[in-house]
Design a binder for this molecule. Structure first.
Ligand code: KG4
Ligand code: ZN
Length: 344
């Protein structure tokens, strides 16, 4: 089965073609970063308009690059939520209408399910069941994954998401949006022994997270070291970025290990934008090897938003027989636990 996947939930237009026999055939991504960076965050209306401009040229390109035409596309998957409603509507309207015109089935995919399954696109995919750490700009969740569609939330952030915390810390450190990769880069020049930031909620049992306190701690540390131009010197900024990253990574590692011990599972999947973080990958591999557990993640470009993960998830759901009706689905808030389960 060959599936066209469309992702437009936030500030990235992603399109891909996945074939159940031959794997990923083509994918393309347009990032709106430049459009939003002067505002320090995503402006929803600008995002919708930019998706409208970019989606059809991307579709044409990906169909061509994958050697596909409308005759050999067997189904269309689009991100139905969660996300920005206007942005979701663009991908949903295009995907659902094309499927109607081409007389193939369409499915609306949960964005976080897409992320969660992205490591399946790699050569050595994880096997079910596993624990997934979903860490993106909007979500921080530990999920017990029995199979596609069977998800149990083990813990989640009670306030900011991990990616959001990175983005806010970046703003305080005068770095550009999106902040995660920038903070990580600055942290490389930092001295990890200079500051120690708290590891929130690790001193009590449970698998929930809280990152808003780290934000205040970062702000206070910056304020205590201000120079004449209002910011600390360059080395201090790098030391703060380093301490911040260490604290977030350490907290995530502690909770992942706890989730594996609690469930008795030996496989951890990390997914979403923050799973691109090199320190997080390295620490998890080190620490989880000690308890005999393996860590799986997608290549960098499939950690952040992309069309390939949506095409893959859609293909699995279509193969299992899921068929949506003719409605364009756009669900801004959509708990992962409310997905249709699939029969094995
Ligand atoms: O999954 P994603 O592309 O979009 C959402 O669904 O939210 O995640 C974007 C988030 C942003 O907050 C970004 O700062 C963060 O992922 N991010 C990173 C890294 N790359 C992206 N955070 C830390 N380290 C990175 N290398
Ligand atoms: Zn995402």
């Amino acid at each position: 089965m060959r599936v066209l996947g469309i992702e437009t939930s936030c500030d990235e237009t992603g399109v891909a073609v996945y074939d159940s026999d031959r794997g990923l055939l083509a994918h393309a991504l347009y990032s709106q970063m430049a459009v939003h960076s002067e505002y320090g965050g995503v402006v929803p209306e600008l995002a919708s308009r930019d998706h409208v401009r970019k989606i059809l040229p991307l579709l044409t390109r990906v169909l061509h690059e994958s050697g596909s035409s409308r005759q050999n596309i067997d189904g269309i998957a689009y991100t139905a939520g969660p996300g920005l409603v206007g942005a979701l509507m663009v991908g949903g309207a295009v995907g659902r209408s094309l499927a109607y015109a081409w007389q193939v089935p369409a499915v609306g995919i949960h964005h976080m399910e897409g992320h969660l399954l992205a490591p399946m696109l790699e050569d050595n995919p994880p096997a079910f069941p596993f624990v997934a750490l979903l860490v993106s700009g909007g979500h921080t969740q530990l999920v017990e994954v029995e199979t596609i569609g069977r998800y149990k939330i083990l813990g989640e952030s009670v306030d900011d998401a991990a990616g959001e915390a990175f983005d806010k810390a970046a703003k305080m450190l005068d770095l550009d949006y999106p902040g995660g990769p920038q903070v990580a880069m600055l942290a490389e020049r930092g001295d990890p022994s200079r500051f120690r930031f708290p590891r929130p909620m690790t001193d009590r049992p449970g698998l929930d997270f809280s990152f808003s306190g780290l934000k205040t701690f970062t702000l206070n540390t910056i304020a205590a070291h201000r120079g004449e131009d209002g910011l600390p010197d360059n080395q201090t900024m790098a030391d703060i970025a380093c301490a911040f990253q260490e604290a977030v990574v350490d907290t995530l590692v502690i909770k992942c290990r706890r989730a594996l011990e609690l469930t008795g599972l030996k496989t951890l999947v990390i997914a979403g934008g923050v799973s691109a973080n090199s320190l997080l990958r390295q620490r998890l591999e080190e620490k989880l090897a000690k308890i005999g557990a393996g860590v799986f993640y997608a290549r960098h470009e499939f950690c952040t938003d992309n069309g390939a993960m949506i095409a893959y998830a859609g293909c699995q759901r279509l193969l299992a027989g899921q068929r949506d009706d003719l409605a364009v689905r756009a669900i801004p808030r959509w708990p992962l636990t409310e997905l249709e389960t699939m029969e094995a």
